[in-house]
Ligand binder design. Structure first.
Ligand code: GLU
Length: 503
């Protein structure tokens, strides 16, 4: 059997959209599942849409997510170069082959002439029904064509599509898709102006030369697939044509229409894997990485947008995804982009990290806040608050009271929980705490509760005022976990401060 070879072939026209990331991921999972190769090819033949920095951005995004490339840009390989702009001469050979075989022709129509035709003929399409009305090597006398070429007139090469033929695209996800050739136009394959092919020709030539076995890409490319099937035939490569698999669209959170960058702005979630700065405008777009996502969570989240293992399982490591992935389980219908679910995945992955790992991620945040804390203590705190957060960045809000004494007290809570008798009660509590030598959570809790029981004090009244003194509000971790971590003298000092400030 031939080795599976797939490619991710982005055009460097800007940041890689999260849908593109999913395409890369599915290619990767498919390749690894079959012990095949994953290629990265940069399709940069459209110089008008080229954006500097986009290629490096794509490579860094894949690296961050753990989508490993075996061959291609940034990696090298037997079929280099993998950047299409560096393969000009290769395409030229096939353009010539198509021209010689009469399967393509030169067209000299200027943009103005094309525009005039579009205005003149309703629903104008450059095809069998109109090509003889145009300025091309099929309509013009041979000498005239030669004259124009010699004079250096700009031309394009168009594919010559015969009308009224049913073209079948065998798609591994959608089954057979049949399209009548009459609806296709004679697409431009090559331009003399820059000596570069268009996407269609370059894509097919490279897939063939690079021995690609499966083309897995977004549904937006399905309309191009019949043309691609024809091109394989025209070039004599029909027998080794790759198999196609067109992935379902990623839909807006509400479910209608394609997910766009604007949805991200509107609902406040990233649509890019890592932060992107538009080189033209300087405008920044947020990324999953900078928003505090773990790459494993993003991978897991994306894997399930259009694919499922057929079980209830939701948490999958990359290794599990590789072993379970199959194109048969990719859905035909669009996948709704559920951002809340993305957060849920991050929460799950955060819980799976060790307290130590979380502490390592939290320490730089603390440092930014000028908090110098002992790592051991931060590890403990991580264990206490991780369940309450989706992101490490949310931990400060859940744990600042461990590091800083309150500077203000929640007014409503004070009104409700700080009564005339409270200061005396807290003063007595201080005496109890002073007598404790083992300040562990367990021992302190027992001692304080025994004291409450002995005097038949109201448990709620004591505990709420105590918490208010330590935290400044009526929230936070288990009270005696707090006292253990901040220690005896800090606990007592906060109580004294509250008595002073609230009385
Ligand atoms: N360059 C195309 C893109 O930007 C590749 C489409 C394909 O995979 O054939 O997505």
């Amino acid at each position: 059997m031939t080795k599976v070879r797939v490619r991710f072939a982005p055009s460097p026209t800007g940041a890689l959209h999260i849908g593109g990331v999913r395409t890369a991921l599915y290619n990767y999972l498919f390749a690894r599942h079959h012990g095949g190769d994953m290629l990265l090819r940069i399709e940069d033949t459209d110089s008008n849409r080229f954006v500097p920095g986009a290629e490096a951005y794509i490579i860094e995004s894949l690296r961050w997510l753990g989508i490993e490339i075996d061959e291609g840009v940034g990696k090298g390989g037997n079929y280099a170069p993998y950047r299409q702009s560096e393969r000009k001469d290769i395409y030229l050979e096939y353009v010539q082959q198509l021209l010689d075989a009469g399967l393509a022709y030169r067209a000299f129509d200027t943009p103005e002439q094309l525009e005039a035709k579009r205005n003149e003929v309703k629903n104008f399409q450059y095809d069998a029904s109109t090509r003889l009305l145009m300025q091309n090597s099929l309509s013009l006398p041979k000498e005239e064509v030669n004259r124009r070429i010699t004079a250096g007139e700009a031309f394009v090469v168009r594919i010559k599509i015969e009308p009224n033929e049913n073209i079948t695209v065998h798609d591994l996800i959608r089954g057979d898709v049949v399209v009548n050739s009459s609806i296709l136009d004679d697409k431009v394959l090559w331009k003399s102006a820059d000596g570069l092919p268009t996407y269609h020709l370059a894509n097919i030539v490279d897939d063939h030369l690079m021995r690609i076995t499966h083309v897995i890409r977004g549904e937006e490319w399905l309309p191009s697939a019949p043309l691609h099937v024809l091109l394989y035939r025209y070039l004599g490569w029909a027998d080794t044509m790759p198999q196609f698999a067109h992935l379902p669209l990623l839909l807006k959170p509400e479910g209608n229409g394609k997910l766009s960058k604007r949805d991200g702005d509107k609902f406040g979630f990233p649509v890019f894997p890592i932060e992107w700065t538009d080189p033209a405008t300087g405008e920044k777009s947020s990324g999953y990485r900078e928003s505090g996502y773990f790459p494993e969570a993003v991978v897991n989240f994306l894997a399930l947008l259009g694919w499922n293992a057929g079980t209830e399982q939701e948490i999958f490591s990359m290794q599990e995804l590789i072993s379970l992935f199959s194109l048969e389980k990719v859905s035909k219908s669009g996948a709704k982009f559920d951002y809340e679910k993305g957060k849920w995945f991050n929460h799950q992955y955060l819980q799976m990290k060790s307290d130590e790992e979380i502490a390592d991620l939290f320490l730089p945040i603390l440092k930014d806040k000028n908090i110098s804390a002992d790592k051991k203590v931060v590890v403990k705190i991580a264990g206490l608050v991780k369940e309450r957060v989706n992101f490490v960045s949310e931990m400060w809000a859940q744990s600042s009271f461990f590091f800083l004494a309150p500077t203000a007290y929640d007014e409503k809570a004070v009104q409700k929980r700080w009564k005339a008798e409270t200061p005396a009660l807290m003063q007595e509590l201080i005496t109890v705490l002073e007598s404790i030598t083992d300040f562990s959570a367990h021992n302190t809790e027992e001692t304080v509760k025994a004291w409450i029981a002995k005097h038949e004090y109201n448990m709620g009244a004591v505990m709420n005022a105590f918490r208010l003194s330590l935290v400044g509000e009526l929230k936070g971790a288990h009270l005696f976990d707090i006292t253990e971590i901040i220690g005896k003298s800090e606990t007592i000092s906060r109580l004294k401060k509250a008595i002073e400030k609230l009385t």
